[in-house]
Design a protein around this ligand. Sequence first.
Ligand code: ZN
Ligand code: ZN
Ligand code: ZN
Ligand code: ZN
Length: 361
Amino acid sequence: MKTFHCSCGNKLFFENSFCLKCHRETGWCPVCQGIHAMELDGKGGYVCTNPTCRSSVVKCCNYVTHNVCNRMIETPQGQPHNFQQLCGYCQLTETIPDLSVEGNPQKWYHLEVAKRRLLYLLDQLGLPYGSKSSNFELPLSFDFKEDVEASSVLGWMGLEKGEKVFTGHADGKITINLQEADPVEREKLRVAFGETHRTLIGHFRHEIGHYYWQLLVQDKDEEAYKAIFGDHENPSYSDAMDQYYKNGPKANWAHSYISAYATMHSWEDFAETWGTYLDMMAVLDTADNQELLQLPNHDLVDTQLEEMLTRYADLSLRVNEVNRSLGLPDLLPETFSDPVVEKLTYIHRLIQRNRKKPDPA
Ligand SMILES: [Zn+2]
Ligand SMILES: [Zn+2]
Ligand SMILES: [Zn+2]
Ligand SMILES: [Zn+2]
């Protein structure tokens, strides 16, 4: 992730909606692709203050109404502002939490923040995705939902039977249980599952792996995939899941898998490895922008995977030592065995083959 600069000289970060130095509102400008201060234009809209841009924009409706977004939308020249629009990222969220429940607006905010980081990275890597309205072949959408408790009061009327929400992916729809946006609940689950990290962004990066399996591998590259990740049809997903919850992860899983959960089924192995790949890309991009390391090529997808692994391993040693100085768990605990490197290589090549060509403009 880059850091951005306000026209007043202050540093701005990806999540900022306000410049603390010049006290102007800030937002993501879709035209010059960065976070900039926005000036009111006297017609309810804004002008991007980037001197080379000066585009006419309005705030995303979720920015104005709920403050869960910080993206602007361009108003084409000569046209009146449309204040009812959602930005391209917000349009992908189909179900939002019940905002009358205490704490839910904050949870929604944190989910959208993580989702924006996910989509930003996908855009940066040139990975294809699209919405229903754009007729994309596998429309991507998000549902943020919470468990519905079976109500003893209304139960006899059959109005509320109770619904358990499972975080997961199905045919382009990514569902996240709202509980994951509660840091206490999430930490309990992290300990229960013996995970090193459990984060919202981690959930998004894992689930989008299932999405890309369906978009890029299914019926297109299944034979090559099977050679690396094993047969996804045998055992079936439901048999594999039963086995996993009955017997636990495969012994010695660390020799060939990135996590214990990855041993459950070939699809989970792919999604776990994919999520780790995106984590690594995000960390390398940030470290490169912060000058903690230097990548030979700013385009991550064009960089050799081996080069990135070497730099990532070196960075891990250093940042882990920083964490240990504060008694915190390692920031980048993973080490990659040879079979895991093979899986990461498959994913890197899959992305190289399927990325959208950068816009010549
Ligand atoms: Zn400023
Ligand atoms: Zn701009
Ligand atoms: Zn938005
Ligand atoms: Zn999964």
